[in-house]
Design a protein around this ligand. Structure first.
Ligand SMILES: Cc1cc2nc3c(=O)[nH]c(=O)nc-3n(C[C@H](O)[C@H](O)[C@H](O)COP(=O)(O)O)c2cc1C
Length: 434
């Protein structure tokens, strides 16, 4: 099967084309914001020989770190995201990397600065409060998140702070935060570093003119709005080396396309094809490992399994980008195989199905049914403050066959469209688009 053919992404020689997409789980150690032994077990069980896992978004600085209390599960039970700006965080990530390498897997470290999505909750965390650091929420411009601008109905209009627009003289410092975190990623042993330039976070807040209203050389023309992305990429490549840096982008689509309407955290853009076209052309000139693109259809996850598969919408970028191209967003095993066969993508990153199936790669190879994911446990700790349920309790097929009890239902792979099986239909929201 085509998904099980080897491919090369820069310096990464991979044995198959089923990538684990970055998935924030909010299960960091509550004091250190480092990954735990549970995190190592979670990635370890998903590792396969020569297969690529991308980590959850790992934050480059306290300033760029969100507290996800817009989600009920986090607000009620607690749960933080991880960072990579302290020695302890670096040490604990190296334990995760070792666990993946033990099984012959490869792991790419996704680096994120959330910009205005990092509301000031983190400032109350002891790691930050005691450090004396000022942690204002920053962005390209002083434009707050708001439901009207499509940032999702999370009560932003009552709670969102107005971010501080980064001063031109400060941008080098933020670029250096990415570089420093990338240096830590190299020391922790990661095989690659992925720059999260997607989904309405800081880099996207520079790319999109709905947020970026700067008058300096980082705003205005598409060249200027792409400048911050390229500066981050160049700094990280210089630190990590050629062929070891990936970038994630989520190109939007223009008004007039039926899928129009999904702007990630309100990052709207009046000329998306032009802006992202320029961004992808610039990335094509750089020695990357891969480019990971989110399909804009990712927002449309409601409906039944028989609904037709919406067409892929990122094909224009395939014509621009000649390196390894990975697609993500709403793929079933069958539609992923078609996308690779057609040449649209070299590999597919799966999110929710990989989250719910530790042995996902084997289950695809053998056509076995999949555990259906439980959205209520995507983010945050359990009611007892522990990591489970929903983290390490998804059984492998072997466990199911051995009679280990499972609270998850199963779905045949053929029943999965781009949409959820009817049995687990529930409201899709911005959570699936992080
Ligand atoms: C629980 C959850 C957490 C996510 N966290 C991240 C993240 O940290 N970084 C990122 O780039 N995308 C994140 N995403 C988006 C996924 O990488 C992926 O694009 C999305 O799940 C759609 O793919 P799927 O249909 O295969 O699930 C997240 C999605 C989910 C469901």
């Amino acid at each position: 099967m085509v998904l099980h053919l080897p491919f090369r992404a820069g310096r990464l020689h991979l044995n198959h084309r089923i990538v684990m997409a970055p998935l924030t789980r909010c299960r960091a150690h509550p004091e250190t914001l480092a990954p735990t032994s549970g995190t190592a077990a979670y990635y370890r069980e998903r590792a396969t020989g020569g297969g690529l896992l991308v980590t959850e978004a790992i934050h480059v600085s306290a300033e760029g770190t969100p507290v996800w209390d817009i989600y009920d599960s986090v607000r009620i039970n607690g749960g933080h995201v991880t960072g990579l700006w302290t020695d302890e965080q670096e040490r604990c990530w190296s334990v995760v990397v070792d666990a993946v390498h033990d099984r012959g897997g490869r792991i790419s470290c996704q680096l994120l600065h959330a910009g205005r999505v990092a509301q000031p909750g983190i400032a109350r965390h002891p790691l930050v409060a005691d450090s004396g650091l000022p942690v204002p929420t920053v962005s390209s411009s002083a434009k707050p998140l708001s439901a009207d601008a499509g940032a999702g109905d999370y009560g932003w209009d009552d709670t969102a702070v107005i971010p501080r627009a980064l001063d031109t003289s400060e941008i080098g410092r933020v670029v250096d935060d990415y570089r420093a975190a990338a240096a830590r990623a190299v020391r922790a042993g990661f095989d690659a570093v992925e720059i999260h330039g997607a989904h309405g976070y800081l880099i996207d807040q520079f790319l999109c003119d709905g947020v970026n209203q700067r008058a300096d050389c980082y705003g205005g023309s598409m060249e200027n709005r792409c400048r911050f992305l390229f500066e981050v990429v160049d700094a990280v490549v210089a630190e990590v080396g050629d062929g070891r840096v990936g970038v994630r982008l989520s190109p939007l689509i223009s008004q007039g396309d039926p899928a129009f309407g999904h702007a990630f955290f309100g990052a709207t853009c009046t000329d998306p094809e032009v802006t992202y076209g320029h961004a992808v052309s610039g990335l094509n000139e750089r020695p990357l490992a891969y480019l990971l693109l989110t399909e804009p259809r990712v927002g449309g996850l409601l409906g039944g399994p028989d609904d037709p598969l919406p067409p892929l919408r990122n094909s224009r970028y395939r014509e621009i980008y000649s390196g390894a191209l990975i697609g993500a967003g709403g793929f079933s095993p069958a539609s992923a195989a078609l996308a690779v066969e057609s040449g649209a993508y070299d590999a597919i990153a799966f999110g929710r199905w990989f989250l719910a199936n530790p042995d996902f790669v084997d289950r695809i190879a053998q056509g076995l049914p999949l555990n259906v994911y439980d959205r209520s446990t995507f983010y945050g700790l359990g009611p007892d403050g522990g990591e489970d349920p929903g983290y390490l309790d998804y059984p492998t097929w072997e466990m199911i066959q051995g009679g280990v009890p499972s609270r998850y239902s199963l779905v045949a792979q053929e029943q999965i469209g781009v949409r959820l099986p009817a049995a687990s239909r529930c409201e899709a929201s911005a959570v699936d688009r992080q």
